[in-house]
Design a protein around this ligand. Structure first.
Ligand SMILES: Nc1ncnc2c1ncn2[C@@H]1O[C@H](COP(=O)(O)OP(=O)(O)OP(=O)(O)O)[C@@H](O)[C@H]1O
Ligand SMILES: [Mg+2]
Length: 245
C-alpha cells in the first residue's frame, strides 16, 4: 500500500477546473518529482494535499486512511503529517532564525519548548546554518533563507515533505546549497514530493517522475524512462524545450 494515495482528484478555482482527475502514489521513503508546464496544476496538487484548496471529488489516503478535507480537524491532522515549502520562503521578517523554526511547533503544536529548540538547533546545523541561529531573515542570502524555510518545515516532523520549486527564486549560485540539503534528505529516506524545473537534479534524486499537463497526469515512471524516452508527444515537446537549456 502506498503511503500517500491520490485518486481521481478534481479541483477548481471558481468555475475553472485546474485538476481534472489526478492520481498518484508515493511510497514511504520515495522521492516523487512533479514536473510539467506552467499552469499544469503542480502547485495545486500540493495545495490540495495540505488542505489549502478543497477537492471537488476524488480521494486522498495517507497511511491507508482517507482524508476528509471538509473536516477542519482532519485538515489540521493532515498538516501534522505533511509540510510544504514554497518558492517564496515567507519567513517571519521580525523574528530570528530560531524563532522562525520553533514558533509553530511550540505555539501551534504545543510541543515542549526545550525539545523543540534542541531539534531546531540540530536541523539548522544540518542545513548548514548552525552559525546563524540568531540572524534575522534580512541578514541572510536567499539560499540561506530557503534553507531556514526547509528547517522550519522539518521541525514539524512531517511524514511527507512537499517542496514547490524551492530553488526557482534563487540566484543560480545559491541553488546548489539548497539542492544539497534536499539530496541529503532524500538519502536519509525522507518521503518527498518535489516540484522542480531542475531536470538534472530531478534525474539524480527522484525515484519517480510524474508529468502533468492541463490538470492531468500524462506520464509517470522512473526518471530515465520519462526524461529520455517519453511516450507522449506533449512530454517529448516539453522535455525537448527544457532539457536544451
Ligand atoms: N488562486 C488562484 N485562483 C485562480 N486560479 C488559480 C489560482 N492559482 C492557480 N490558478 C490557476 O490554476 C491553474 C494551475 O495552476 P498551478 O499554480 O497549479 O500551476 P503550476 O503547474 O504550479 O504552474 P507553475 O509551473 O507556473 O508554478 C492555472 O491555470 C492557474 O492560472
Ligand atoms: Mg507552481
Amino acid at each position: 500500500m502506498p503511503h500517500l494515495e491520490v485518486r481521481d482528484v478534481v479541483a477548481r478555482y471558481g468555475s475553472h477546473e485546474v485538476l481534472s482527475g489526478v492520481s498518484l502514489d508515493v511510497d514511504r521513503g520515495e522521492v516523487v518529482a512533479l514536473v510539467g508546464p506552467s499552469g499544469s496544476g503542480k502547485s495545486t496538487v500540493l495545495r490540495v494535499l495540505v488542505g489549502l484548496l478543497q477537492p471537488v471529488s476524488g480521494s486522498v489516503r495517507v497511511g491507508g486512511q482517507a482524508v476528509d478535507y471538509r473536516s477542519a480537524g482532519q485538515v489540521r491532522a493532515i498538516r501534522n503529517r505533511m509540510a510544504i515549502v514554497f518558492q517564496q520562503y515567507n519567513l517571519f521578517q521580525n523574528m530570528d532564525v530560531m524563532r522562525n523554526v520553533t514558533l509553530a511547533p511550540i505555539r501551534i503544536k504545543r510541543r515542549d519548548r526545550r525539545e523543540v529548540e534542541t531539534l531546531a538547533v540540530a536541523l539548522l546545523e544540518r542545513v548548514g546554518l548552525g552559525q546563524k541561529l540568531h540572524a534575522f531573515p534580512d541578514e541572510l542570502s536567499g539560499g540561506q533563507q530557503q534553507r531556514v524555510a526547509i528547517a522550519r518545515a522539518l521541525a514539524l516532523r512531517p511524514e511527507i515533505l512537499l517542496l514547490d520549486e524551492v530553488t526557482s527564486a534563487l540566484d543560480p549560485e545559491l541553488v546548489n546549497e539548497v539542492l544539497d540539503v534536499i539530496r541529503d534528505l532524500a538519502r536519509e529516506g525522507m518521503t518527498m514530493i518535489l516540484v522542480s524545473h531542475e531536470m538534472a537534479f530531478v534525474r539524480e534524486v527522484a525515484d519517480r517522475v510524474v508529468m502533468m499537463d492541463k490538470g492531468q497526469v500524462i506520464e509517470s515512471g522512473p526518471p530515465a524512462e520519462i526524461l529520455d524516452a517519453p511516450r507522449t508527444e506533449r512530454a517529448r515537446e516539453f522535455f525537448g524545450k527544457i532539457l536544451r537549456h
